[in-house]
Design a protein around this ligand. Structure first.
Ligand SMILES: NC(=O)c1ccc[n+]([C@@H]2O[C@H](COP(=O)([O-])OP(=O)(O)OC[C@H]3O[C@@H](n4cnc5c(N)ncnc54)[C@H](O)[C@@H]3O)[C@@H](O)[C@H]2O)c1
Length: 237
């Protein structure tokens, strides 16, 4: 989804800086878009600060689309009665929630130095949650909690950053056909598609990219979490 959004932004004329811990993929996409790649783990203060410096040295940093995240499946108690590992719970929270806040706070500091535009806006930050924040399925305790944190952060961060003219919104995608789902057999993916209300298909990364670019364009969107899920409400499993 991050790649698809970078492609749309580059096509619209933006100078793009890709930040990812996957160096090979990041460099390939940045190369294709005449952009830059800054390697960083979103949980690292120093690496994200360095990536923000790369961005601010390239052009005014006005847009941040945060898509880094990991999935995880583990029950609160497994069938043998063993409790969820605290280590994996912390890891998912660290990447999906703490990583999102780490990027948001450092990007906001970089954006605050921008000249305001004619709407007094200095920048916009778009985070990625998931419908699992609302309809977390069996085995998604860590993932749902991490994405619920991103949802709850949205309005507060928008309020904190209003004084410097930075908008904050979050997209909560439904079932999107990315490498994350690509590993499933075709019949499981078809079954997932049938569980969607309408249209009966999995989302594609460009569905996300199109909405992310609209959030950037529409200066009246702020403090909001937008479900992008074709109306699905996920059952327990
Ligand atoms: N695919 C779905 O159905 C779906 C649904 C709802 C929400 N999401 C969320 O959307 C976001 C994008 O997911 P995707 O489906 O495009 O997955 P993806 O695996 O294709 O992309 C995630 C990217 O994040 C990077 N990443 C992971 N951990 C990182 C870290 N610590 N530091 C820096 N980079 C890191 C990965 O290298 C990868 O490039 C994620 O936050 C995911 O939780 C996905």
């Amino acid at each position: 989804m991050g790649e698809a959004t970078a492609r749309r932004l580059a096509a619209a004329g933006a100078q793009v800086v890709i930040v990812d811990r996957d160096q090979a993929k990041g460099e390939r996409v940045a190369g294709e878009l005449n952009g830059k790649f800054a390697p960083a783990d979103v949980t690292s203060e120093a690496e994200v600060a360095a990536a923000v410096e790369v961005a601010t040295a390239t052009a005014p940093l006005r847009t941040c689309i945060h898509c880094a995240g990991i999935g995880w499946a583990e029950r609160t108690l497994n069938r043998a009665g063993d409790p969820h590992s605290l280590e994996t719970f912390r890891k998912v929270l660290d990447i999906n929630l703490v990583g999102t806040f780490n990027v948001l706070r450092l990007v906001a500091a970089g954006m605050s130095a921008n000249e305001p535009d004619e709407q007094d806006e200095r920048g916009v930050i778009v985070n990625t949650a998931s419908i699992a924040a609302y309809d977390g399925q069996i085995g998604q305790a860590a993932y749902s909690a991490s994405k619920g944190g991103v949802v709850a952060l949205t309005l507060t961060a928008a309020r904190d950053l209003a004084a410097v003219g930075i908008r904050v919104c979050t997209i909560a995608p439904g079932l999107i056909d990315t490498p994350l789902l690509g590993g499933l057999p075709a019949e499981s993916r078809d079954a997932l598609a049938q569980s969607v209300l309408f249209p009966k298909r999995l989302g594609v990364p460009d569905d996300f990219a199109s909405l992310a670019v609209e959030v950037v364009r529409n200066g009246y969107l702020n403090g909001e979490v937008i479900r992008m899920d074709a109306g699905i409400r996920m059952p327990p499993k």
